[in-house]
Design a protein around this ligand. Sequence first.
Ligand code: RRO
Length: 312
Amino acid sequence: LSLATEIAGRYFASCLMNAAGIRCQSRRDLDALVQSSAGAYVTKSATPAPRSGNPAPRMATFPNGSFNSMGLPNNGLAYYLDYVLADEQKRPGKTNFLSLAGTSLADNLAMLHQINDSAYTGFVELNLSCPNVPGHPQTGYDFEATRQTLEAVFDFYQKPLGVKLPPYFDLAHFDAIAAVLNQFPLSFVTTINSVGNGLLVNVETETVVIKPKGGFGGIGGASVKPTALANVRALSQRLNPAIAVIGVGGIMSGKDAFEHILCGASMLQIGTQFGYEGVAVFERIAKELGDIMLLKGYSSIDDFRGKLKTLA
Ligand code: RRO
C-alpha cells in the first residue's frame, strides 16, 4: 500500500503535507516538518521584507473550525529562500513548496525574479487569496487581475509554479477561473484558502473576537470541508489534466483525506488540524487513510483519485 503521489513529474513518498501559514513561519517549525512523515512542506507566505502582521488578538477557534486575521506575518523572502536552498543541498531530489504573497504585482514579480535567478529547483505556490491584508482584495476573485498576474509571471519565470486559490461559490465562477488558469503552464492549483471574511460573535461580551478589520477573518477547519471538496472537484473537472489539484480544507481524518482524493486531489494539505495536533497529524491521517484503502482494496491513491460517482 502506497500513499505516494506525483505532481509535474516530481515524486512525493506521501500525499500529506502542511497548509501554508500553519506552523511554518520559523526555521524551527520547518525543521519539525522536515523531520516528520509529511511528503513535503510549504513555507509561510512570504513578502519581500519581513512583516509583523496584524495586531493581536488575531486568531481564534470555535467548535467546528479556526478563525484568523494574521495579516501575513512572515520573516521575508530571503529567510525562506535561504531555508529551502540549504534543504535542497542537504536532501537533493526532494521537492518542497515556497509560498509567496506579495501585496502587489510588483512585489510578486520582484520575488519571482529573485527565485528564478537562484539555484532553487522546487515549487512556488503563489498565494492569490490572502483575505486579511486591509485594503488588498483577494486577487483570485478578480479574474482579469489573475490573468494579468499569470501573464506577467510566465513571461519570464522558468521554474514549476502553482497558485493558491480562494474558495469559489458559483458554477459560473468555476468556469471563469478555470478558463483563465488553462491558458498558463501551471504545475498545480491549491484549493482552498480560508473562507474569507467570516465573523464570530462573543455573546457574553457582545463583541467580535479578533481585533483586525473590525473582527472579520478567514474560516478554516471542519466547517469548510464541503466548500473545499466542491472546489477540488469543480477545478479537477475543468482544468487541463497537466495541472494537478492540491486539496486543502477540513482534513481532520483519513476519511476526510479519502474524500478529497475521490474529488480529484493529488496532494493534501492540512492546516487547522496540524495547528492543533502538530506533526503527529501526518502519521495518524496516513494510517487512517491507509486503513480505508486496505478495506476497499486500493493500493495507491491513483486507484480512486477523481473517481467520485454521481447518482443516476
Ligand atoms: O496571514 C494571513 O492572514 C493569512 C494568509 Br497570507 C492567507 O493566505 N490565508 C489566511 O487565512 N491568513
